[in-house]
Design a protein around this ligand. Structure first.
Ligand SMILES: Nc1ncnc2c1ncn2[C@@H]1O[C@H](COP(=O)(O)OP(=O)(O)O)[C@@H](O)[C@H]1O
Ligand SMILES: [Mg+2]
Length: 305
């Protein structure tokens, strides 16, 4: 549900931006000297919605993913700049942050893989793979939360799997279009009910922003979806509005049911206290299933043991 901030026709004079704006790119990451401003080539449009065009391209010989503002109205630009600011603020091996930007374009490394949604469209994941993917997402989420960011739109469409592998170190969290950061003075989505109904925590539906426990709810739905091949609440709006409590049976082995049930609590206080706490619970559940524990979160540097 993406509502509340779309400008009404005629309120803003939207300017349709044309042509690439390549001359002003500023590297924003620790990139090699080869990635200094240069021409973008091989641009190929993947999608365009909400005033933003997504493309794959090549920049200084490197495959990149571009998000370009194509409608220059104040609201769309503010959202776009907010997304760029949040995405730039956190660096982690399992998070896709921009490597460069211009006024109208964000340049990300191109993930050579598929979304978790694409993968789940084939078949649900086995408990081993599902918990590794959820563990990777949680490792990224823990880094986000430590940096004062709540993602607010965690779902299989916003998790990519590098190389198409359902593995811990293949996880890449993307899309900070709905995120909240305690370090940004203006929360562009304040007071809105933005999010994706099946994956949105009930308090987020009521307009609460910036509570990290909202992301833990979404991770719970994501793990549920990985195991069951579908989300827990058929009538997501009815559940969010408090009109029904009808949840599908918890999927997968019983060792995962405790943490799944906690994550999906309507009451935030009943969810795990933090991303690292949920990560520890997930790792223990894997061990109870005879699987290897998740990597040590504090020591993990991007390599899988
Ligand atoms: N860095 C990337 N590399 C490859 N594909 C990407 C990358 N980032 C996003 N995508 C693809 O583009 C889609 C849309 O990107 P996303 O950032 O989620 O924007 P939107 O706001 O339109 O959801 C994703 O679901 C994914 O399929
Ligand atoms: Mg997205």
């Amino acid at each position: 549900m993406r509502r509340g901030r779309t400008p009404q026709a005629g309120v803003f004079a939207a300017r349709h931006l044309t042509g690439p704006d390549v001359k002003d790119f500023t590297p924003v990451n620790d990139v090699s000297a080869a990635l200094t401003p240069a021409a973008l080539t091989d641009r190929s449009v993947l999608s365009e919605r909400s005033g933003v065009r997504c493309e794959s391209a090549c920049w200084a010989g490197r495959p990149v993913f571009l998000k370009t503002l194509v409608f220059d109205d104040p609201d769309t630009r503010a959202r776009f700049e907010h997304e760029g600011s949040v995405a730039r603020s956190v660096r982690h091996p399992l998070i896709v942050s921009p490597v460069a930007q211009s006024r109208d374009t964000l340049v990300f490394p191109l993930v050579d893989g598929v979304t978790l949604r694409d993968r789940l469209d084939q078949a649900p994941l086995a408990p081993d793979e599902a918990t590794l993917v959820a563990g990777g997402v949680l490792a990224a989420v823990a880094a986000l939360h430590a940096g004062g960011v709540t993602h607010h739109d965690l779902k299989p469409e916003n998790v990519m799997l590098d190389g198409g592998r359902a593995a811990f170190d293949a996880v890449r969290v993307i899309d900070f279009g709905m995120s909240h950061s305690v370090h940004l003075p203006l929360d562009i989505h304040s007071g809105t009910r933005m999010g994706t109904p099946h994956f949105m925590a009930p308090e987020q539906f009521l307009g609460v922003r910036g509570d990290p426990r909202s992301d833990l709810y979404s991770v719970g739905v994501l793990l549920f979806d990985c195991l069951a091949g579908g989300p827990p609440f058929e009538d997501a709006f009815g559940w969010l509005a408090g009109l029904n409590e009808c949840r599908a049976a918890l999927p997968g082995p019983e060792a995962l049911h405790g943490l799944l049930g906690q994550c999906l609590s309507r009451e935030r206080e009943r969810r795990p206290a933090s991303a690292p706490a949920l990560y520890a619970d997930l790792s223990s559940a894997r061990e109870a299933l005879g699987l290897s524990p998740l990597p040590d979160l504090s020591a993990w540097t991007g390599e899988c043991p």
